[in-house]
Design a binder for this molecule. Structure first.
Ligand code: B12
Ligand code: SF4
Ligand code: SF4
Length: 303
C-alpha cells in the first residue's frame, strides 16, 4: 500500500517516484539476498530508465530481431485481450538493470569452466528476485490507477529461433533497455550499461505517461571496445565453450555449454546440494565487467 505522501509524489513526478520505489524495494526486499546466510545482497542499487512505447525502434525490432517481436502496444493489448487500437495512444516501458554485486563478480573471475556458486545463485535466486521486481512495479502502477503488464509473464511469451539472429524471444528485455538508453550491445552479446555487463534486467509496459530517458550512445555497439577500435577481445579468451569469436556470439555453442553444466553431477561442481545455473564467464574478468570501457578509453577517466 502506497502512503498518501507517496501517491502525491506519483502525481507530481511519476518517473522519479517509480525510480525511488524500485530502488527502495531492492534495498529492503529479503529476496534480494543470497539464500544461505541472507547476509550477502544479490544485486546492487538498480538503474531505472524509461522508454517511449511509441519509439519507432520497437517497429525496427521486427526487422532487426523478428516480425514476432512485440511492440509495447501489442504486448499490452495481447495481455488484456484487446485490440492495440483500443488502448491509450501513449504507452511507456519501465526498464531496470540490476547490477551484480562485486563479491559475486570477483568469485566468478577465478572460474574457467563453470560459474562460481554465487554467480549460479544470482542466475537462479536473482531471477526470482527480478520477478518480484516485475510484480512489484505492476502492483504500484495498478495502485495509482495505471494499466501495467509484464510481457515475460504472459502466456504468449516464448523463445524461438530464426536464421537472422538465432535464438530470440518475442520480448527482449535488453532491447527495451537499449530503447531506454541504458547502454549498448557488445561482441560477447551481453549488454554494457554504465554499471557494466554483469547484470540482469527487466521491464514492464504501462499506459502511465513517463518522460522517455535520452539515448546518449553513438551506435548500438559503442560501449564495446572491439566495436570502437577493434581492440580488447577479452571475452573471446574467457569463454570455455569457444562460443565467442570476432564474428560474434554463437548462441547454440553457448546454450549447449550452459545445458552441459546443468547436467553435470552436482558433487563434481559444488560441495553442496546447489544445482548449477548460468555461466557468465564472458561477463567477468573483462574490461566491461562493471563499467563502460569505451568511455574510459575516450576520457581517460576510470570509475
Ligand atoms: C534466449 C536467451 C538466451 C540465449 C540466447 C541469448 C541471446 N543473445 O539472445 C542463451 C541461452 C545463449 C543465453 C545465454 C545467456 N544469458 Co540469456 N536470455 C535469453 C532471453 C530469454 C531472450 C534473449 C532475446 O530475446 N534475445 C533477442 C536477440 C535478438 O538478441 P541478440 O541476438 O543478442 O541481439 C542482437 C541484435 O539485436 C543486434 N543488433 C543488430 N543490429 C541492431 C540494431 C539495433 C538498433 C539494436 C538495438 C541491436 C542490433 O545486436 C544484438 C547483439 O548482437 C533473455 C531474457 C529476455 N526476455 O530478454 C535472457 C538474457 C538475455 N540472458 C541473460 C544472461 C545474463 C545470460 C547468461 C550470462 C547466462 C547467465 N545468467 O549466466 C548467458 C550470456 C550469453 C551471452 N554471451 O550473452 C540476461 C542478459 C543480461 C546482460 N548482461 O546482457 C537476460 C536479459 C536475462 C535477464 N532477465 O537479465 N540467453
Ligand atoms: S570483453 Fe571487450 S570485446 Fe568483449 S564485450 Fe567486453 S569490451 Fe567488448
Ligand atoms: S555465457 Fe559462458 S558459454 Fe556463453 S558465451 Fe559467455 S562464457 Fe561462453
Amino acid at each position: 500500500m502506497l502512503s498518501p505522501e507517496k501517491k502525491e509524489r506519483f502525481r507530481t513526478d511519476p518517473a522519479m517516484a517509480l525510480e525511488q520505489e524500485i530502488k527502495a524495494f531492492a534495498k529492503n526486499s529479503p529476496l534480494n539476498r543470497m539464500p544461505a546466510t541472507r547476509e550477502l545482497t544479490i544485486f546492487d542499487e538498480p538503474l531505472v530508465r524509461f522508454a517511449d512505447g511509441n519509439d519507432p525502434l520497437y517497429t525496427e525490432y521486427k526487422t532487426i530481431i523478428d516480425p514476432s517481436h512485440l511492440t509495447p502496444h501489442e504486448a499490452l493489448a495481447q495481455s488484456l485481450g484487446k485490440s492495440p487500437r483500443a488502448l491509450p495512444s501513449r504507452l511507456s516501458v519501465v526498464s531496470w538493470v540490476l547490477p551484480i554485486m562485486e563479491e559475486t563478480r570477483i568469485s566468478n573471475r577465478s572460474e574457467r569452466r563453470v560459474p562460481s556458486r554465487r554467480w549460479s545463485h544470482t542466475r537462479y535466486y536473482g531471477e526470482e528476485f527480478n520477478n518480484e521486481v516485475r510484480r512489484y512495479v505492476v502492483e504500484v502502477l495498478n495502485e495509482i490507477g495505471a494499466l501495467a503488464v509484464v510481457p515475460m509473464f504472459q502466456p504468449y511469451f516464448r523463445t524461438s529461433a530464426n536464421e537472422r539472429v538465432g535464438l530470440f524471444s518475442n520480448w527482449s528485455e535488453r532491447h527495451s533497455a537499449y530503447a531506454a538508453g541504458h547502454g549498448t550491445f557488445s561482441l560477447s552479446d551481453g549488454f554494457i550499461t554504465e554499471r557494466g555487463i554483469a547484470h540482469r534486467c527487466g521491464s514492464v509496459v504501462t499506459d502511465l505517461p513517463l518522460a522517455a530517458s535520452p539515448r546518449v550512445y553513438d551506435s548500438p555497439f559503442s560501449n564495446c571496445l572491439f566495436y570502437v577500435d577493434g581492440s580488447c577481445r577479452a571475452c573471446i579468451d574467457r569463454c570455455p565453450a569457444g562460443a565467442i569469436t570476432e564474428q560474434g556470439h554463437d548462441k547454440m555453442k553457448c546454450m549447449h555449454h550452459l545445458r552441459g553444466i546443468g547436467y553435470l553431477p552436482l558433487p563434481d561442481v559444488y560441495d553442496d546440494e546447489t544445482s548449477v545455473a548460468g555461466c557468465g564467464l564472458c561477463q567477468t574478468k573483462v574490461p566491461c565487467e562493471y563499467r563502460i570501457p569505451a568511455k574510459i578509453e575516450k576520457t581517460g577517466k576510470g570509475s
